[in-house]
Write a protein that binds this ligand. Sequence first.
Ligand SMILES: CC(C)(COP(=O)(O)OP(=O)(O)OC[C@H]1O[C@@H](n2cnc3c(N)ncnc32)[C@H](O)[C@@H]1OP(=O)(O)O)[C@@H](O)C(=O)NCCC(=O)NCCS
Length: 248
Amino acid sequence: MTVRVWTLSTVTTAATVAGYADLLTAAERHRAEELTDPVVRAEFVCTRAALRSVLGAEMAVPPESLRFEAGRHGKPGLVGSERQFNVSHSAGLAVIAVTDDARPVGVDVQQQRSAAGLARLAERYYAPTEARWVSAAGPAELEHRFGQLWARKEACVKVTGGRLIPGLAWTISADGAETFRCADPEISGRDLAVAAGYHAAVALAGQQPFAVEQASWPAVLAARESTPSRSAGSPTPLSTGDTMAVLG
Ligand SMILES: CC(C)(COP(=O)(O)OP(=O)(O)OC[C@H]1O[C@@H](n2cnc3c(N)ncnc32)[C@H](O)[C@@H]1OP(=O)(O)O)[C@@H](O)C(=O)NCCC(=O)NCCS
């Protein structure tokens, strides 16, 4: 079982964002127009365009033909396909995770926060043993422990398509330097190395081990810079085989 994870920057020019918007449906473009913060708008447009491109390549269908529907708490899924995916964006960085079967997946990326107030947040939202473990560290390690746990917990929540706040109380146990488990609900996960100053994790329903293949999405970004509209050509999908690093 393999999860493929793409990382992309969402910090780009307004022209590039406009080009990516051509790949979206009318409803997605409408949602983007309602996002008044240009940084947030770019995150949504770039990530959704990348998601369409990645899934289109994986499923050998035109990216614009894919239809998504949202679950009870907003988790998008594919209409007419059991293939699972999830996305996350934070402070100019986005990650996209796609599985090759029907096992639900969640992914999260978080920019690391500075230590002030984190111990109190952990006390409020994390399981008591985890909050004590976070608070026991000096500032740099505290930032790391808090951020790593947050990304792990949020990835687990996103597996279930649930809500963040209740999920932050789930206990996450480390079962290796970079792997972790949640017992209830049963979820297994793995930390992702994405960029300095960020924490990221991917998680899957169930306890069976899985491998992760990681790639960045520069080929597509470069293609969009030179072909800003769909009429000028679709983005070049990253071949899933060539630049991926196998982590698992
Ligand atoms: C899902 C949730 C944990 C994501 O939080 P976040 O840090 O803001 O967002 P991320 O960037 O990590 O992920 C957002 C992406 O996850 C997906 N997503 C949305 N809701 C989801 C859910 N409930 N489960 C899994 N994935 C979800 C979407 O693809 C979304 O990206 P898009 O809007 O560009 O398509 C949070 O929004 C949540 O708890 N939602 C449930 C509804 C709710 O209770 N909202 C109040 C916030 S506590």
